[in-house]
Ligand binder design. Sequence first.
Ligand code: PLP
Length: 441
Amino acid sequence: TTAELRAADREVLWHPFTQQQGWQAEDAPIIERGEGCTLYDTDGNAYLDGVSSLWCTVHGHRHPAIDAAVRAQLDRVAHTTMLGLSHPPAIELARRLLAVAPRGDRELTRVFYSDNGSTANEIALKMAFQWHKLRGDEARTRFVYLDMSYHGDTVGSVSVGGIDLFHTLFRPLLFDGLRAAAGDAADLERILRAHGDEVAAVIVEPLVQGAAGILLQPEGYLRAVRELCDRFGVLMIVDEVATGFGRTGTMFACEHEGVVPDLMSVAKGLTGGYLPLAATLATERVYEGFLGEFHEFRTFFHGHTYTGNPLACAAAIASLDVFEDEGTLAALAPKIDLLAELLAEHVAPLASVAAIRRLGFMAGIELTEFALQDRMGHRVTLAARRRGAIVRPLGDVVVLMPPLSMSPRELTRLVTITAAAIAEATGVPAAPAGDRIGTGA
Ligand code: PLP
């Protein structure tokens, strides 16, 4: 029974990013199955999945083509290593990924697999560090990252994390970095002028900092980062973990600014949210730095047991097939407009909403100021859940990140439930019509 499962959960599990005491009292649903954009719990309650599980199930749950691809791969082999061996899904996926990767004044030509976004970023950092070292540039050992950035939870990715609530505690364990003001090209230039010779790479989330509460960068910022990196001989790492695979309306967010990084990390939506897989894509220039004879030890010393897992690669290939076969991005464009309209109509008028920040199919609804102990973002999430939708709080920002496959009808339901949940939880009615806020990009 659900009660037994909850009791067992309390007894044996330790949940991520979760205050262990107290939260169980809320009777969190125990999800048993999913179908399309709906999740079902063990009591048979249905919830519209407003956050693509954890920003990753881009085609929804149980997509028949991805289900079939994973099953077919199960009949061949579930695991083999990339260390000294290879396998067809890893090879095919790498070619397919490079074919859809951003292109412009340079090209991403190499794929290094791992199994989560944090690690894909950490790999990019290590690659950048070693690349400079191999060129004889021993001084370039530092990284520039943005204020309020989030690149994951491993020690390396935390070292370039700018959200103090998550990251400050671990500072003594971390390597040294330089923090630049978010979205401020002049500040980055100032740092690179002062420290450029010590910097291996700049790492950025492109266009939008998701975990910070969907913070948008000004237009042209990513292009300016690219130019500054080139000017100061620094590698540019773009973290497309949250923004990749259609989230912002294009396959990758970099495309909005015509920017191609030297290293790009992807995860989350890569397998359609089916299985853990990540990749760090590199340009040939970066890759070539690691070429050399055996005795030169230019090896990149990094790899995991599940690096390039065949089941996960099969899911990822199937997900890319779905993008092509269903014209996912073309179908998304009008739904992005609809999301903007729905937010303007139902959410913006609420007096307890301070701002709506949106890019493509990712939106952050910032509530007006509430006391920390009110946990208002969280209370909105609970109210939405009672009404049949799953949304996610980042502090007092309520995040919507629906599957790209969500229908206009479902999207309408998601936004109206969210609006009702905000009104209910905050107890604040709609603002007068003349007093409405904007709804973001
Ligand atoms: N980078 C960004 C921009 C993210 O949003 C996330 C996760 O939310 C990560 C990295 C970390 O990815 P993972 O949770 O797969 O380690």
